[in-house]
Ligand binder design. Structure first.
Ligand SMILES: Nc1ncnc2c1ncn2[C@@H]1O[C@H](COP(=O)(O)OP(=O)(O)O)[C@@H](O)[C@H]1O
Ligand SMILES: [Mg+2]
Length: 518
């Protein structure tokens, strides 16, 4: 029996659904001509199966979804088609009833797309929120740490300096000398912790200048080898030739050191540590991330180890101060917090990639200095004369520190005027008829800041030299000048040696009267 599978009958609704003018246009054609490629394949497969003589038995119903392309406007129509085998005018036939489900299909499709888009938006929003929460947390801990460190600095300055003064006053064989040495040692340890907290809070006074990163690394390579020990191989690949980063060289060494020590700790049974430098171009970070670096040219320092690695939960917290997975007494949890603070305060960023058992990689990106390498580098003074007879005006709101500075300077021959703050300093300076050689002032003070005091005093006394002291500086001061080259300052807590040396240096330097710009 021949089965031609051509349309023998159709109703007007079918013609309208397929976009043909009349039923007559359908008779004698195959429904396959109107189907979409997918539906065509489906129908053809079914036809092929029944062509081998197997014809659908009367009464058998199949239901399927099929799609057609309208002849007049080319739009797709979707139909739910029920087919039943039966006999038409004495021949084997299939009667198909179609229900137009175009509307439903399109709606479902749109809904699926919308749901997927929504899920993506939600995921992205959650990621950004998480990032923001993390950033806010770091910001808050940073501010807290910086504030605590600031207070500690003043206390430590007092402890250290009095210990030193009284120590000096003791006879060389006095048994109490030992006690003072212990006081000093403990205080110096506290100083070092305080510095790390300040670094994390991005409130350290940095002294950035163009630094040759490759050169710096080669300079500390032998020390790093000693730190790593014999079981760990160090390989150093430098690739930032002729370009300098703008950073504080001492702090950069600190960053490398902290990362290297961590890598060593992660490789207790040995391994390889690779230090690489290269130049990279970075796009802008996401605007929601306050710690993202701005777009531009960076030098990338990569520290890669083959150690134990870390899981996601650890990785999420490593930059927090006091977060450590090490046994009590083995880790302070301040190493990476310090790295974070220094790198961000330097306008850079640090990222980490690690998996348990697969080592860790830290990328530190530092902004490039704008001029090429080879410029003059800072000369270090080696003078050791620390006494003098000049007049120094000390402005410091913290009583204990001010009294101490006065004592120290007087003992070394200076004539000291001291003021609790700006107003008192202006009164003293107006009343005092002799020359004032140096203004030694705190930076952050209530009411009138150190830079403001300096600006007003210099207006009347153009030769006045200025030395700032600060353990901590608010962002404004950092932005407005303490970081600029040529501004003299000492970092609190101040030890007498450093202060006296610095005072002498500034007095002996031409043009030390630089005022911090507003
Ligand atoms: N290279 C590394 N491989 C694996 N884990 C690391 C690595 N560096 C840091 N960590 C993890 O980050 C934590 C915090 O590091 P850090 O801030 O330097 O503090 P500490 O070294 O005192 O624990 C470590 O305790 C360790 O869990
Ligand atoms: Mg560490």
């Amino acid at each position: 029996m021949h089965v031609d599978r051509l349309i023998a009958y159709a109703n007007p609704a079918t013609a309208a659904a397929l976009g043909v003018a009349s039923v007559a246009e359908l008779i004698g054609r195959s429904i396959v001509e109107f189907a979409t490629p997918l539906t065509r394949a489906k129908i053809s497969a079914r036809m092929a199966a029944s062509d081998g003589g197997v014809v659908d038995l009367p009464g058998n119903t199949t239901v399927s979804e099929q799609s057609f392309v309208r002849v007049d406007d080319g739009r797709e129509v979707h139909a739910e088609v029920r087919s039943i085998a039966y006999t038409y005018e004495g021949r084997v036939a299939t009667l198909s009833t179609a229900r137009d489900i175009t509307w439903r299909t399109e709606t479902e499709h749109a809904a699926r797309l919308a749901a997927r888009a929504h899920a993506e938006v939600v995921a992205e929003r959650e990621r950004l929120e998480q990032q923001l929460r993390q950033a806010q947390k770091m910001e808050a801990i940073g501010r807290l740490a910086g504030g605590v460190a600031h207070d500690f600095n003043n206390l430590l300055t007092v402890i250290l300096s009095y210990a030193e003064l009284d120590f000096d006053a003791l006879a060389p064989d006095d048994p109490i000398r030992e006690n003072f040495i212990e006081i000093q040692k403990a205080a110096l340890r506290a100083v070092s912790l305080t510095r790390q907290l300040l670094a994390f809070g991005r409130q350290q006074l940095l002294q950035p200048r163009p630094v040759d990163l490759d050169h710096t690394l080669r300079g500390i390579a032998s020390m790093l080898r000693r730190v790593l020990g014999e079981d760990i191989e160090l390989s150093l690949v430098t690739g930032c030739a002729a370009r300098e980063v703008f950073a504080d060289p001492g702090q950069i060494e600190q960053v490398v050191m902290n990362l290297v020590v961590n890598a060593r700790d992660a490789m207790p049974t040995g391994g390889t540590l690779t230090l690489t430098t290269q130049l990279v171009e970075l796009p802008d970070g996401p605007p929601s991330d306050p710690f993202a670096a701005e777009a531009g040219s960076f030098a990338r320092l990569t520290v890669r180890d083959t150690g134990v690695g870390m899981d996601e939960a650890t990785r999420a917290r490593i930059f927090e101060p006091f977060f450590t997975t090490k046994a009590l007494g083995h880790g302070t949890g301040l190493g990476l917090a310090t790295v974070f603070g220094i790198v961000h305060q330097s306008g850079g960023r640090v990222t980490v990639a690690s998996e348990p058992g697969r080592g860790a990689r830290f990328d530190v990106d530092l902004p490039l200095a704008t001029r090429p390498a080879g410029g003059p580098s800072e000369t270090v003074s080696t003078t050791r004369i620390t006494a003098g007879t000049e007049t120094v005006l000390v402005v410091e709101d913290e009583d204990a520190v001010r009294v101490l500075l006065g004592r120290l300077l007087r003992r070394n021959g200076y004539h000291v005027l001291d003021a609790r703050g700006g107003d008192e300093a202006f009164r003293i300076a107006t009343a005092y008829t002799g020359p004032i050689a140096l203004l030694l002032t705190d930076v952050v003070m209530p009411r009138i800041s150190g830079p403001e005091v300096a600006k007003r005093l210099v207006a009347d006394r153009p030769g006045l030299k200025i030395l700032y002291m600060s353990g901590y500086t608010d962002d404004t001061t950092v932005r407005h000048g303490v970081r600029q080259a040529g501004v003299a300052f000492v970092q609190k807590p101040i030890t007498s040696d450093v202060l006296l040396q610095k005072v002498r240096d500034v007095l002996d330097t031409e043009n030390a009267g630089l005022v911090i710009a507003e």
